[in-house]
Write a protein that binds this ligand. Structure first.
Ligand SMILES: Cc1cc2nc3c(=O)[nH]c(=O)nc-3n(C[C@H](O)[C@H](O)[C@H](O)COP(=O)(O)OP(=O)(O)OC[C@H]3O[C@@H](n4cnc5c(N)ncnc54)[C@H](O)[C@@H]3O)c2cc1C
Length: 478
């Protein structure tokens, strides 16, 4: 049974007993805690879609691992075409709902890495992973990704830190498994997942081999503590005031591992430091196209909002506004084009999955995410200062103040003030709210920063070949 309903998901969440703190309190039951409700709705949405006759074509796949239909969440993309399908769904869905849970590409990254380790070292990590994926698929389970460590002093390697726990590490090897200690940061949605997948967040050298550790374990394993922060969706959110944050609202976490035991069958790397560069390479190859797709889709949304508010305000013909919207559209197309190019140029990994081109997707992401930051400012400019100064919805609902708001917030005479306000509240959430800050940070930091994009492009682009080419053109022989 590879497809669950959201009711079954909620039941399974109730059975888990993770140690979770949020907003100064210990959580008894995540499934009913008020701070988790907006994010639970978001996770449920994807379960609902796989059961919705009109949406299931986009969100249900056939798994060759278990010969059953599975959710897009747990499916391993075996061909370029399947990966393109996923990206097209994200492009459409994220322009409307902000997110398609891009960590779903995680399994491909672990798949390719475990294959490489097994080939070189004669280990059996991939067999373990295969069995684990079968369980994920059959039970339609959710997972989160714990890749980024707290990292401490960034100029020092893990073993050089004053506190050795600032990167997650193996502290003991036993006959039946390993014991790990340390933490992972920014683990999106962790208390709402069934499993946490961990892996190293950077290249490691031999002296740091205990930090080369990858595994998956249930979130309520003894010794794991989550300190979560509430999502940027207000607890009293409404469709009018919070059209963005009611659609997308992830809980983020610090995840602490206090001498946590992981059985061998759930361990996918234990000391093979030489393969941390492979993991990072595959993570980048998969993570950057999905992030670039996400930003391209969100840029589409921003372009739509900018065009609509310009129309409502009667300035849609102003040349500077047309030019700004044109730039948004061009940037969206560049990002999306790089994604499609990266997938078209995939190489087939011997484990049976395509690995997208790393340079193109990083270049596309670098471009679109930096322009995206500018576009948020442009959207604010096009909408005007009311984005931050307008009355809140309660005053619009108050019969005494509503007529004044109706009158003075009118722009073009044929557009109802209420419609203009609805759009302005969306723009406010995107550019000038707690959600806006989250939106910005998710564009700049999530799936690695712009600087990592620059490094990946430089590392993988053959600049030497271009130097030789120019020498040839100039007939330089030395
Ligand atoms: C909304 C959101 C969701 C996220 N979800 C997840 C998730 O689910 N799972 C997960 O694992 N991670 C997640 N992340 C983490 C994300 O991948 C990191 O934020 C990102 O990789 C940057 O790492 P950092 O935040 O530790 O910043 P840092 O690495 O501290 O970087 C800050 C700055 O310092 C620079 N810097 C850092 N180290 C060096 C160095 N040695 N030399 C020179 N410059 C350096 C960087 O280039 C950057 O400019 C999420 C992040 C966000 C914002």
């Amino acid at each position: 049974m590879g497809i669950k309903t959201s009711a079954e998901y909620l039941e399974s969440l109730k059975k888990l007993k993770p140690t979770v703190y949020i907003a100064g309190e210990k959580v008894e039951d995540v499934s009913t805690n008020k701070f988790f409700q907006p994010s639970i709705k978001e996770v449920c949405k994807f379960y609902d879609w796989t059961n919705d006759p009109e949406k299931r074509d986009d969100f249900v796949y056939w798994s060759s691992l278990i010969n059953e239909e599975v959710s897009f969440w747990t499916h391993i993309r075996e061909t370029k075409e399947e990966f393109v399908d996923l990206l097209k769904i994200m492009k459409k869905n994220n322009a409307r709902n902000f997110c398609s849970f891009c960590m779903g590409i995680g399994p491909c990254v672990f798949w390719a890495t475990t294959y490489d380790i097994d080939q070189a070292k004669g280990t059996n990590y991939q067999e373990r992973l295969r069995e684990f994926f079968k369980k994920l698929q059959r039970e339609d389970l959710r997972f989160c990704l714990g890749v980024m460590d707290p990292k401490g002093d960034r100029s020092l390697k893990p073993s050089e830190q004053a506190d050795p726990d600032l990167h997650l590490r193996i502290v003991e090897r036993k006959a039946d498994g390993i014991v790990v200690n340390g933490a992972k940061m920014h683990t999106s949605t962790a208390p709402l997942a069934h499993y946490i997948f961990c892996a190293p967040g950077g290249f490691l050298t031999e002296e740091d081999k205990d930090y080369a550790v990858s595994f998956a374990i249930p979130i309520d394993t003894k010794g794991i503590t989550f300190i979560a922060r509430p999502s940027p969706c207000p607890l009293n959110a409404t469709q009018m005031s919070n059209p963005a944050s009611i659609r997308h609202n992830m809980v983020e976490c610090l995840t602490v591992f206090d001498n946590v035991f992981v059985p061998w069958e759930n361990v996918f790397m234990a000391g093979e430091w030489e393969f941390t560069d492979r993991f990072i390479h595959y993570f980048s190859s998969y993570g950057r196209p999905v992030k670039a797709t996400c930003i391209s889709a969100r840029t589409d949304m921003i372009a739509g909002a900018a065009a609509l508010i310009a129309d409502y305000n009667g300035v849609s013909k102003a040349s500077h506004i047309r030019s700004k919207i044109n730039d948004m559209v061009i940037s969206s197309e560049i990002g999306w084009g790089c994604v499609m190019g990266a997938v078209a140029n995939s190489v087939d990994h011997p484990s049976g999955i395509p690995i997208p081109d790393i340079s193109m997707s990083n270049a596309g992401l670098y471009h679109t995410r930096l322009r995206f930051v500018e576009f948020l400012g442009m959207l604010m400019e096009i909408a005007g200062g009311v984005v931050t100064t307008m009355p809140i919805e309660a005053d619009f609902r108050n019969e005494e103040t509503r007529p004044l708001i109706e009158k003075y917030f009118k722009a073009k005479s044929d557009i109802p003030t209420e419609d203009r306000l609805k759009l302005l509240y969306l723009i406010q959430e995107l550019t000038a709210s707690r959600f806006g800050g989250y939106f910005l940070s998710s564009a700049i930091c999530a799936v690695g920063t712009p600087e990592t994009n620059r490094l990946e492009v430089l590392r993988n682009y053959d600049l030497l070949a271009q130097i030789e080419n120019v020498k040839d053109i100039c007939d330089i022989k030395t």
